[in-house]
Design a protein around this ligand. Sequence first.
Ligand code: SF4
Length: 379
Amino acid sequence: MTSAAPHSELPTRPARHRAYADVPDAQWSDWRWQMRSRVTRLQPLAALIDLTEDERRGIEGRRDAFGFAITPYYLSLIGPPGCPVRRQAIPHVDELRTTPWDLVDPLAEDEHAVTPILTHRYPDRALLYVTHNCPVYCRHCTRQRKVGDVDSAPARDMFEASYDYLARTPAVRDVLISGGDPLSLSDARLAEICGRLRAIPSIEVVRLCTRNPVTLPQRITPALVDALRPFHPVFVHTHFNHPAECTPEAGEALVRLADAGFNVGNQMVLLRGINDDAATVETLNRWLVRHRCRPYYMLQCDPVGGTAHLRTPVAAGVDILDAMRGRVSGLAIPQLVVDLPGGGGKVTLTPQRLVRREGAKRVYRDVQGREYTYVDEPL
Ligand code: SF4
């Protein structure tokens, strides 16, 4: 029941769902209209998408714990059941399945909170939650405990306490502005937050963690980049997961950020049946590089409750890297990372290429399995 393009190739122009065909272009391109027009309840969604019984049960079963929201733009990319966009946006009954290893806060962010909205876990970095709101509630979200809870919305005094802490803690040089999706806030509010952070002399870098280029690329306006440009260096971490999300609008958003001097990187999450194969990752990453966005991380999905059906074996990511290395430009190859549950931090995984050691000799295999020797004997 949708007008989305097939996902076997990159979308040329995202076809709007027929329900939005008469929306004037100026309105369609207005991010506030997109936010106001999000679909957030079962009946309106069922009028737009031919839902399966498993999706209906997922929506009902997850309504209180982690509801859904979908912008008209992202909804227009949704294809038939199994579609990678659909699986990221529409709850499924499989979200009700649990495992003994599921966690509410897998990265122990709350345990390391120094204010209600600031986590300080690594010596030189801190994470500031500025909103619980997002254009789309991704079904694999690690922070669904916060984004699904309207009571977790940050208050002004929490910001002040966080700025005070950062000013008193010069070891922190790098602040990640996250949420929720920070770009849910207005330009003025974002500029105010960036300005307060950059006014702290010890803070060298600000990072914006946002999925808006994927779920609401209309948000990346000339006014937004003008408002944030004075606070460089600002790094943007976005989160594309599949080539079906690589629309011309999304590409324009990335290029606009790059043109304005933002250093843009992508953190994809490995998701079972969505992007856990080398061909999909290669297509996605080649597109990202063409749009000046560096594939940065390929993350193992965190063991947050409701995501067991989306998690891949750890070996899947290693196999993808193994298939890409040597064949695909290193620019398009991200680091494979597992964020250790309980707050242990990130570990990177790589394919094992060392075959054996023979004295000072190290024998490695290449992508075809051929062996080569490197003599590890500097003068
Ligand atoms: S945009 Fe980010 S914070 Fe919001 S639901 Fe998606 S993954 Fe979670």
